[in-house]
Design a protein around this ligand. Structure first.
Ligand SMILES: Cc1cc2nc3c(=O)[nH]c(=O)nc-3n(C[C@H](O)[C@H](O)[C@H](O)COP(=O)(O)OP(=O)(O)OC[C@H]3O[C@@H](n4cnc5c(N)ncnc54)[C@H](O)[C@@H]3O)c2cc1C
Length: 374
């Protein structure tokens, strides 16, 4: 234990020193897990710098260009990048979702073809799962993939696809048969192919991070299938499992966000006993989440375990409550206190929806972990 703490201290010092010395590309801001189109040039340049310094895809195995980083090191890296006000990677989907899933289900040729571009930041990925009639109930999706001698033809529509407008590749789940689960197949899609139309959606916070994506007779080669035909459901659940872990990891940065709320309240002389109590309650919840995250991932639990839903559930609800606390404490001043605070307030609710809503996480925990009736 002592040695892992010591290595954690050394790693933190190393990361902090690098972050304080590294020049920031023009226009770089901490945009969270998904860049806006205007963020991509600086985000990509930053990711390349991280890759050159050995900080991209920390959790990947060494032979794939990662660092086999321990859970503690990943948490420290997330904390230090949040503290420094920079993104920890170009976007979530490539390094945290597509990369690990390609390593698990992809052929050696697919791994050699796609992993280097994710690690270097040259290729930005998106996740083509949700549809207008298939969100929580993902297995009811209707986008069709029809096979012929040369490959596949894709027809259908996806929605809420983060970063699709700037993505080079997408991880697609499409219907290849009638069976609810076995009729699904995963594909790797080159987003520049003819027949793909991406329409950005404007959000409440003024940004346009997610999109509608239309597939009109899009031709994919035979080797675009990831895993076997009919294995789309295991690929989808593995991806969502990775997403829950990744969101849990993000949560460790929330100490910094809470500190900025407390600082803004202190500067305005608003720290009355009630507000102090709310801040301490939230601080305790973040602390417990961090401890649970480290313990859960350091143990023997399978990474695909439904138990990890607890990390997604708790982290997203803390994120939401942090935004609510800032609004309650600072009132309209929250809008001018700092740009990150405003973003957190506005995206707080989205966190409880993306990657599976809080209701769905509660269902998973109730039915699959506690064995309660449906
Ligand atoms: C910021 C953001 C980014 C996203 N990025 C992506 C992306 O990159 N790629 C992608 O594929 N998708 C993405 N999504 C979509 C996300 O996965 C879906 O929004 C989510 O799965 C919910 O689906 P839905 O919006 O269709 O809501 P619905 O499934 O229609 O749910 C509506 C409401 O009903 C509740 N509900 C549904 N079923 C049940 C049930 N069985 N029991 C109890 N309550 C239930 C839900 O909790 C919710 O409150 C993103 C979403 C957000 C907010």
């Amino acid at each position: 234990m002592a040695s892992s703490e010591e290595s954690g201290t050394e790693f933190r010092a190393e990361v902090r020193a690098w972050l304080s010395a590294a020049p920031r590309p023009d226009g770089l801001r901490d945009y969270g897990g998904t860049p806006e189109a205007a963020d991509v040039p600086a985000g990509r340049q930053w990711h390349r710098m991280l890759a050159a310094a050995g900080y991209a895809c920390l959790h990947w195995p060494v032979e794939r260009g990662g660092r086999d980083a321990s859970v503690l090191e990943q948490a420290i890296f997330a904390e230090e990048t949040t503290r420094a006000g920079v993104p920890r990677q170009l976007n979530i989907v490539g390094p945290d979702l597509a990369g690990p899933v390609i390593m698990r289900f992809g052929t050696e040729a697919q791994q050699q073809r796609f992993l280097p571009g994710i690690r270097s930041g040259d290729h930005l990925w998106c996740q083509l799962f949700s549809e207008p009639e298939a969100g929580s109930d993902l297995a009811s999706l209707r986008t069709k993939a029809r096979q012929d001698d040369d490959g596949w033809t894709i027809e259908g529509q996806k929605v809420w696809t983060s970063a699709a407008a700037v993505a080079d590749y997408g991880l697609l789940i499409a219907r290849t048969g009638e069976e609810r689960y076995q009729g699904l197949t995963a594909f790797v899609v080159d987003m520049s192919l003819p027949g793909i139309t991406v329409r950005p959606l404007r959000q409440l916070d003024g940004e346009s991070k997610f999109n509608e994506v239309f597939f009109d007779a899009v031709r994919l080669p035979r080797d675009a299938v990831l895993g076997a035909v009919g294995q789309g459901w295991p690929v989808a659940t593995a991806t969502l499992g990775q997403e829950r872990l990744s969101l849990g990891a993000q949560a460790v940065g929330m100490f910094e966000a809470l500190r900025s709320v407390a600082d803004a309240a202190r500067q305005r002389d608003l720290l009355d006993p009630l507000l102090r109590d709310s801040i301490i309650r939230l601080w305790t919840r973040i602390w417990l989440l961090r401890a649970t995250w480290l313990r859960a991932l350091s143990g023997d639990t399978e990474l695909s375990s439904p138990a990890f839903s607890v990390l997604k559930l708790v982290s997203s609800e803390i994120y939401r409550d942090l935004g609510d606390l800032a609004t309650a404490a600072l009132g309209v001043d929250a809008l001018v206190a700092d740009e990150q605070l405003v973003r957190r307030m506005l995206v707080g609710r989205a966190q409880t929806i993306l990657g599976g809503t809080s209701e769905i996480q509660r269902n998973i925990l109730a039915e699959r972990v506690l064995g309660l009736p449906r």
